[in-house]
Write a protein that binds this ligand. Structure first.
Ligand SMILES: O=C(O)CCC(=O)c1ccccc1C(=O)O
Ligand SMILES: [Mg+2]
Length: 373
């Protein structure tokens, strides 16, 4: 069922998070991103969402680089020839180096189109079989320990299956100790977003005392080797986030022993096809994976739910309910969580409708692209 893309519409949105989100690299409250609307020869509409932030704090991509890549390189490549299968998009884009978030945003819309053309859910198209997914929540650095404890209390009571807290030098051991005092048994993990170096090894070793599920990305954002050295000295499993851009990075990290868990973010690895390959490889090598988040709005969230239905996504991820981020999301119905699970939608494609009045309220720019001739 060949796809002929007839039109691509870029909706640039600006949304405000309910609460500011702080990590070791900075604080965000505004989310500025693109919704990709892609229309095929039969009038089906596929949707994707770009995840890059306005500043290159997490990885090097930004909203502007994503726009540049899509407009000047990736959209022209998509218009060059029809698409037999979404798996081909990664190959089509392979002449363009990195820029994974720009690629993933467009590839996601192609996958949604493909699923809708086959009258399947996106999860089914990807080969996922779960009917519901287990979810956790990621909590930013808080102003005080008291704020952190009450935030954890709130999310644990709502039912989230694991709590992830951000750490950085000065907001780590003492804070974790307090959290463990109040919540001795909750499934707890920490994410450092590259805030440490191997010189901090004595400090990092102390994390072993707190029964953490894992420590996410303690060292360099682009490092694989030093994480292997650190993992040898730690009981707590290391989970890599920023360091993993591709299946090949995942292979290197597993082979070198740099991590025991992988956080798969669809945007960071260049799309759903690459995410699926990482799922399959990690399954063969017995490495659990889970789906990370980028403070996504509803369309990105729908893609995250779909990829989490694959079988190696065995740990609760960061895909929380819409209301954990937004007063009003851009999809209908919004994503809700009950008892720590999100039900996988059953309608074709991403499985949610676009809430156009919300989308238009947030929209700051709209651009239309059509194939030449
Ligand atoms: O709730 C989410 O979407 C994930 C939140 C999160 O941890 C995060 C948010 C922004 C940038 C990086 C990260 C991260 O996983 O490191
Ligand atoms: Mg992370």
């Amino acid at each position: 069922m060949t796809i002929y893309i007839k039109e691509i519409i870029l909706h640039r949105l600006r949304m405000t998070l309910n609460d500011p989100f702080s990590t070791s690299f900075g604080t965000m409250q505004e989310k500025d991103f693109f919704v990709i609307e892609m229309i095929d020869q039969d009038g089906h509409r596929g949707y994707g969402e770009s995840v890059a932030f306005t500043s290159p704090w997490y990885t090097e991509e930004t909203v502007k680089t994503v726009e540049h890549m899509m407009e000047d390189f990736l959209i022209p490549l998509l218009f060059e020839a029809p698409i037999e299968h979404p798996n081909d998009v990664t190959r089509r884009f392979s002449s363009i180096k990195r820029n994974t978030m720009a690629k993933a945003a467009l590839e996601g819309a192609v996958w949604d189109l493909h699923a809708k053309r086959h009258n399947q859910t996106l999860a089914e198209s990807l080969g996922g079989s779960k009917k519901e997914i287990d979810v956790g929540v990621s909590i930013g650095v808080q102003p005080t320990v008291k704020d952190l404890l009450s935030t954890i209390e709130k999310y644990a009571t709502e039912g989230y299956k694991r709590i992830k807290m951000k750490i950085k030098p000065g907001w780590d051991i003492d804070v974790i100790k307090e959290v463990r005092r109040q919540f001795p048994d909750i499934p707890l993990m920490v994410d450092a977003n590259s805030a440490y170096t191997l010189q901090d090894i004595e400090r990092l070793k102390k994390l072993d005392e707190y029964n953490l599920m894992m420590i996410e990305q303690p060292l360099g954002h682009d490092d694989i080797m030093e994480h292997a050295k650190l993992q040898q000295k730690l009981q707590t499993p290391i989970c890599l986030d920023e360091s993993i851009y591709s299946l090949n990075d995942a292979k290197m990290a597993i082979e070198l022993g740099s991590c025991k868990v992988i956080n798969v973010k669809v945007g960071r690895v260049g799309g759903l096809t690459e995410s699926k390959k990482i799922n399959d490889y990690c399954k063969q090598h017995n490495i659990p994976v889970w789906c990370g988040g980028m403070l996504d709005a509803g369309i990105g969230r729908a893609h995250n739910i779909a990829i989490t239905t694959l079988d190696q996504f065995v740990l609760p991820g960061d895909t929380s309910a819409s209301d954990r981020y937004w007063k009003k999301d851009i999809i209908e119905p919004e994503v809700t969580m009950d008892n720590g699970v999100i039900k996988v939608p059953t309608k074709p494609g991403i499985g949610y409708d676009i809430n156009w009045s919300a989308l238009e309220e947030y929209r700051i720019e709209k651009r239309i692209f059509k194939p030449k001739r």
